[in-house]
Design a binder for this molecule. Structure first.
Ligand code: IMP
Ligand code: MG
Length: 180
């Protein structure tokens, strides 16, 4: 714990919500659940949403003991709360072949759910064989039209940082998850 705290410099966090050990155990269990969900014929593509999911994806795929591919997407934030474009803009899109594949979208945290509500139909239109959502954290503020199949933790509705999650690009490198 002290090891992580030294990374903060003079920036303050309020409390640690999920410790490194809790995260490690939960991610290992999620990896096993995902591996068990897919049959031997599945063509698994783990698709991380950057940047927030980068650490989670790195740990999660190492806990999924079966063949898979990994790729990433960068979706634009929907920006000002007043602007509602109806679609997310994909700033980086590998255009990996989806047809006939079993895609798992990996998110760091579901807050309003807006990102996924808009992204899922866009990705569904590429005709994957199956499309599931895996998120480390879910604030449960909303019900998605396609709910996440795998959820690491039901998170408190506080602003969380660490393990990939940022506040103004800071704190992503913390090995635990904390509230500001
Ligand atoms: P949503 O579209 O409102 O569900 O928000 C999803 C994105 O907002 C996440 O992928 C995060 O990048 C960001 N986000 C939402 N809540 C938090 C938080 O508590 N801490 C850090 N980032 C957050
Ligand atoms: Mg973010």
């Amino acid at each position: 714990m002290t090891q992580g705290l030294t990374r903060l410099g003079d920036q303050k966090i309020a409390r640690i919500v999920y410790s490194e050990e809790e995260i490690r155990a939960r991610v290992a269990a999620m990896g096993e659940e995902i591996a068990a969900h897919y049959g031997p014929d599945a063509d698994l593509l783990v698709l991380g949403l950057l940047k927030g999911s980068f650490i989670f994806v790195a740990d999660l795929v190492r806990a999924i003991d079966r063949p898979l591919h990994v790729d990433f997407l960068v979706a634009s934030s929907y920006g000002n709360a007043t602007v509602s474009s109806g679609t997310v803009r994909l700033l980086y899109d590998p255009e990996a072949e989806f047809e006939g594949r079993d895609v798992v979208i990996v998110e760091d945290i579901i807050d309003s759910g807006t990102t996924l509500e808009r992204l899922v139909p866009m990705l569904q239109a590429r005709n994957p064989r199956s499309l599931e959502i895996c998120t480390l954290l879910h604030k449960r503020l909303t019900t998605l039209s396609r709910e996440a199949r795998w959820v690491g933790f039901d998170a408190p509705s506080e602003f969380l940082v660490g393990y990939g999650l940022d506040y103004s690009e800071n704190f992503r490198h913390l090995p635990y998850i904390a509230s500001l």
